[in-house]
Ligand binder design. Structure first.
Ligand code: SF4
Length: 416
């Protein structure tokens, strides 16, 4: 039986802690063929009830912070993700943000600026909706394009064409969005190196500030997975060598358009790196609201004398229920502790997530956070990986080399 983690169990926060909020809106027009996210179609009535539940969960969480003596936080970002949040009426999205602002306890200051992102899909956006997003304080939009090739979009089961994406992008600019991310996907059925390069160039020419470029993963249980379990499935998936070429060409092509790779799969123009995602990779605490949402929070204070030696400060990975009815009935006490992260776990996570960033991990930050020298903890692994040309050290940081990035999964495994 998982440990209950309701309002009364909401953990205390350390002083002057940065925190990020994630709001999960699980509704989509229809399920894409490759999708294993917690998302599904639903009617307007369920959506309205869900938004009300989400607000109740927000209220309860902030009330708990309000009662915690000495807590002080800075809200660094809010991310409205899904699902397809842009499927909902914009008034409902604005209402959720109003709830956050009006419930924000005195102990939580809004970061200046606070990045507020909404995920959106072409086919669900119009100018009025986008303008209302801007007026409600949303300052970044992430549009799911995936490909500039309509045949590839069709195989993925997306609801839109590339022309729909172009229209959404133009409307987002018209509504005043100056920070737009576009999600793209490589390794698609029927995709060639040439069609991937065309997608990259066509999208980069539109001039977004940020591009996320992930590879398609065939997740078990999805229609695409079953289709490709058959030997002669058509159109074929790109072979390994083509995928590798696509991966390398992504960096080269996007560099031509002024993008800098700052994370394994993320590219940004200068100053437009995603605050929210960087928070995940650098270990910032986050609170997720909504169905199945995950949080990373500090454990309620255990007097230091009662901690096992070397246990230090525990972090908790907490997850909300994935049962919609349970969530709607009791959104503020339907979560459980999924994982207790000891200091050893946190160190490993620091390395693994930190190496996803091109800038790598900071020796100084490691010492600040864990009161130990990184090289004392991981000395032999670091030496080995440096001698193999996978890691390099400069300016007080350790980062993956080109070769290390190519073999990132293997490098990171050694910290587990
Ligand atoms: S739009 Fe995104 S969340 Fe919705 S079904 Fe498609 S991939 Fe899944």
């Amino acid at each position: 039986m998982p440990e209950q983690f309701g309002v009364s169990g909401t953990p205390y926060m350390e002083k002057k802690q940065e925190i990020e909020l994630y709001l999960h809106l699980p509704f989509c027009v229809k399920k894409c063929a490759y999708c294993d996210f917690l998302s599904f179609p639903s009617g307007a009535e369920t959506q309205t009830a869900y938004v009300e539940a989400l607000k109740r969960e927000i209220r309860a969480f902030f009330a708990e912070i309000e009662e915690t003596e000495g807590a002080e936080y800075c809200l660094r970002s809010v991310f409205i993700g899904g699902g397809t949040p842009s499927l909902l009426p914009a008034e409902q999205i604005a209402g959720i943000l109003t709830e956050i602002r009006s419930d924000l306890p005195g102990a939580v200051s809004m970061g200046e600026p606070c990045e507020i992102t909404i995920e959106a899909n072409p086919g669900t956006l119009d100018l009025q909706k986008l303008s209302l997003y801007r007026n409600s304080g949303i300052n970044r939009i992430s549009i799911g394009c995936q490909s500039a090739n309509d045949r590839e979009l069709k195989v993925l089961g997306r609801i839109h064409s590339f022309a729909d994406f172009q229209k959404s992008f133009r409307l987002a600019r018209e509504a005043g969005f100056e920070n737009i991310n576009v999600d793209l996907m490589a390794g698609l059925p029927g995709q060639t190196r040439q069609s991937w390069e065309k997608t990259l160039r066509t999208v980069a020419e539109r001039g977004p500030e940020h591009i996320s470029a992930y590879s398609l993963i065939l997740e078990e249980g999805t229609p695409l997975y079953h289709r490709y379990a058959e030997k002669d499935a058509f159109p074929p998936l790109p072979d390994e060598e083509t995928e590798r070429e696509m991966y390398h060409r992504t960096e080269e092509i996007l560099r031509e358009y002024g993008f800098r790779r700052y994370e394994i799969s993320n590219y940004a123009k200068k100053g437009y790196e995603s605050v929210h995602n960087t928070g995940y990779w650098d270990g910032t605490f986050y609170k997720g609201f909504g169905l199945g949402a995950a949080s990373l929070l500090p454990e309620r204070g255990i007097p230091s004398g009662e901690r096992a030696e070397g246990e230090g400060k525990i972090r908790l990975r907490v997850r909300n229920t994935e049962d919609l009815n349970r969530y709607l009935n009791n959104p503020s006490s339907c979560s459980h502790v999924e994982e207790r992260l000891t200091v050893k776990d946190q160190m490993a996570e620091f390395m693994i997530l930190g190496f996803r960033m091109i800038r790598g991990v900071s020796l100084w930050e490691f010492r600040e956070r864990f009161d130990r020298d990184l090289e004392d903890v991981y000395g032999s692994v670091l030496q080995k990986q440096q001698s193999e040309g996978l890691l390099e050290k400069s300016g007080g940081r350790l980062r993956l080399t080109e070769r290390g990035l190519d073999l990132a999964n293997l490098v990171m495994e050694e910290y587990l």
